[in-house]
Design a protein around this ligand. Structure first.
Ligand code: UD1
Length: 442
């Protein structure tokens, strides 16, 4: 389905065809952070002035959010592929329930943004990747603390308030979504809000910086206590989204797993520290410069142990990528997933390539194998899908990865960027195209 700005929100039936075996070599340019952009776009509707958002990734989750914004009267003008102008002065409805929005997680940010601005919002319950139970109780706890009534009816979360008043909110679990959502709802509330045990992820900081560029008063983002002094009104601004640390990390592991040499450009190396540390433990060389990291892997990866944690710990969104890489490493590795309770679904897919991984609860015990064999795989979710592509890049012969619609939620031109690094990968949507790809790459 195409919508009027020409960006696509359709779920494709395409798959990746991959012939593995080439080390990836060269440079890759990283786009804007999807998860930061989702929060920033929602925040942009809180002012009636024009905002200009740059470095916006052209990925499906973003396009779905833009479409949902348009459905309530927000004017969205994509002046360039990565730049969007937003004017939310003529919002005509506060109910968001289009079919696509139900598929993404970040729809919940529209709840915080609309509640903050109009004191009322009705948004379809969020979807997103099926990586475990993904509650929203903390979001609701925050809205209620600010004075809203919140109920769930007919698949919609309905939040309503006569007025919002600053409050002291303690988050029982560190939650990126709840931290950002409460920030959104609180910036126009009366008085002071304190969010304790806040998430410290770079995208939380990015949304706070954007809100401050609109005239909000948010302090402490990036620490575990965020203090917000409510302001009466927000104004327009021009803002550029930070680079995507997960896209960057994925390409760093692509270099590692293929024994390649890749310079990942347009990144903030500080945001990648936990990934860099693990790659070094696994025997890679990592060189950092101001806005790039180069990963060189010349020999078989070594085993290590890793536990996912909130930032600055190792990100859960990088867990499948490191696990797939360790599955080819020398020796036994243990990967512990401490954020989500169902994030090892890709292990069964990887087993088709000959991996040796045993999952017990939230732990994967990985016995490294020397090589993967080619196979036909299905992406179970966004990051796991990308990780399976990395696995296929190492396997001699032809592999396929189906359900790339998940990968397209969060990676812009994943196949094209990999091709530029020497990968033999193509998007195909029929057997005929797959055969053509086989003939082409030989
Ligand atoms: C965001 C990211 C996602 C990433 C995750 C953790 C977006 C759109 N998605 O997801 O890519 O994997 O952060 O870095 O930015 N929890 C509750 N109650 C709540 C909210 C969360 O118990 O109300 C729990 C969750 O079940 C989970 C943990 O908190 O166990 C962290 O979740 P959270 O940080 O909220 O993840 P998301 O915002 O959904």
């Amino acid at each position: 389905m195409k919508i009027k700005n020409g960006y696509s929100v359709r779920w494709t039936m395409e798959q990746y065809a991959i012939k593995g075996g080439n080390p990836l070599v060269g440079e890759v340019e990283i786009g804007g952070a999807k998860n930061a952009a989702l929060g920033v776009l929602a925040a942009a509707i809180m002012t009636d002035d024009m905002t200009v958002i740059e470095n916006l990734p052209d990925v499906r989750d973003i396009n779905v959010l833009l479409q949902a914004m348009e459905s309530i009267g927000v004017i969205v003008y994509r002046s360039e592929r990565h730049t969007v102008r937003i004017n939310a002065s003529m919002i005509s409805g506060l109910v968001i329930e289009d079919d696509y929005i139900k598929k993404i997680r970040a729809s919940y940010y529209l709840l915080g943004a609309l509640l903050g601005k109009y004191k009322h919002a009705e948004v379809a319950l969020p979807g997103g990747c099926n990586i475990g139970s993904r509650k929203i109780d903390l979001h609701i706890k925050g809205f209620k603390a600010l004075g809203a009534e919140v109920k769930i009816e007919h698949g919609l979360i309905i939040a309503d308030a006569k007025y919002l008043k600053g409050a002291h909110i303690y988050l029982d679990t560190v939650s990126v979504g709840a931290t950002i959502n409460i920030m959104l709802a609180a910036v126009l509330a009366d008085g002071k809000t304190v969010i304790e045990n806040a998430a410290k992820e770079p995208h939380v900081v990015d949304v706070a910086n954007f809100l401050n560029s609109l005239g909000a008063n948010v302090k402490g983002a990036g620490t575990d206590v965020i203090r917000i002094s409510g302001v009466k009104k927000l104004h327009g601004s021009e803002y550029s989204i930070i680079p995507d640390q997960i896209e960057a990390g994925t390409f760093m592991f692509a270099a590692a797993i293929t024994k390649g040499d890749v310079t990942v450009k347009n990144v903030i190396p500080k945001h990648l520290e936990s990934t860099t540390a693990k790659l070094i433990e696994m025997g890679c060389q990592v060189e950092e410069s101001d806005d790039a990291v180069r990963v060189v892997a010349s020999k078989r990866l070594m085993s290590t142990h890793v536990k996912t944690l909130p930032y600055p710990g190792f990100p859960t969104d990088m867990q499948p990528q490191i696990a797939v890489s360790l599955a080819l490493g020398k020796g036994t590795s243990i990967v512990t997933e401490s954020i989500f309770d169902n994030r090892f679904k890709y292990v069964d897919e990887l087993a088709k390539m000959g991996s040796n991984i045993k999952v017990e609860g939230n732990t994967a015990i990985i016995e490294g194998v020397e090589r993967f064999t080619s196979a036909n795989l299905t992406a179970p979710d966004l990051r796991a899908g990308a990780a399976l592509v990395l696995a296929c890049l190492t396997a001699e012969g032809f592999s396929t990865v189906e359900d790339i619609k998940y990968i397209e939620r969060g990676y812009e031109d994943f196949d094209v960027k990999l091709q530029k690094l020497g990968a033999q990968i193509a998007k195909v949507d029929s057997d005929k195209e797959f055969q053509k790809f086989k003939l082409k790459v030989g």
